[in-house]
Design a binder for this molecule. Sequence first.
Ligand code: RTP
Ligand code: MG
Length: 140
Amino acid sequence: MAIERTFSIIKPDAVRRNLIGNILAVFEKNGLRPVALKKIKMTRAQAEGFYAVHKERPFYGELVESMMSGPVVVQVLEGENAILKNREVMGATNPANAAEGTIRKLYAVSVGENSVHGSDAPETAKEEIKFFFTDDEIVG
Ligand code: RTP
Ligand code: MG
C-alpha cells in the first residue's frame, strides 16, 4: 500500500459553523493524519490562483468569493492511498448526492457551501500542497 499525501481545505462555511474538530475527527477515524495544518484567510489572489482551473466555469466568481468569505483550515493529510481515500471520505460535490457517513453528507449545506476541498489526483495534490505549504511546515 502506498503512503501518499493529499491537500485538504476546511472551507469557510464549515469553519463558521464551528466544525473544524468534527471534520478533523472524520479524517483521523479514516486513517488520514494531518502532517501540516494552519488557519488562514485567503487573499483574492490566493483564491483566484488556487481555483484558476475553474476560471471559465459559470460558478468561478461565486466560488472565489465564498473561499474568501472567512477563515479556512488548510492541511496536508497523510495515509494509505490518501488522495482517493480523502475523496471517498469527503463524499460527492453536491451534498444531496453524498453517501452516508461522508463529510459532505454530515455537514455540507449546498454545492457552494460543501465544507471541504480535496485534491483529485497525485499531480494536483503535489501542486496544491506547494501552493500553501513550505517543506519545513510539513511534519510527517
Ligand atoms: P473541490 O475541488 O472543492 O474539492 O470540489 P470537487 O472536486 O468535488 O468539485 P469541483 O468540480 O472541483 O468544483 C470545485 C468547487 O466549486 C463549487 N461548485 N459550484 N454552483 C455549481 O454548480 C458548482 N459546481 C462546483 C463547489 O464548491 C466545488 O467544491
Ligand atoms: Mg475539485
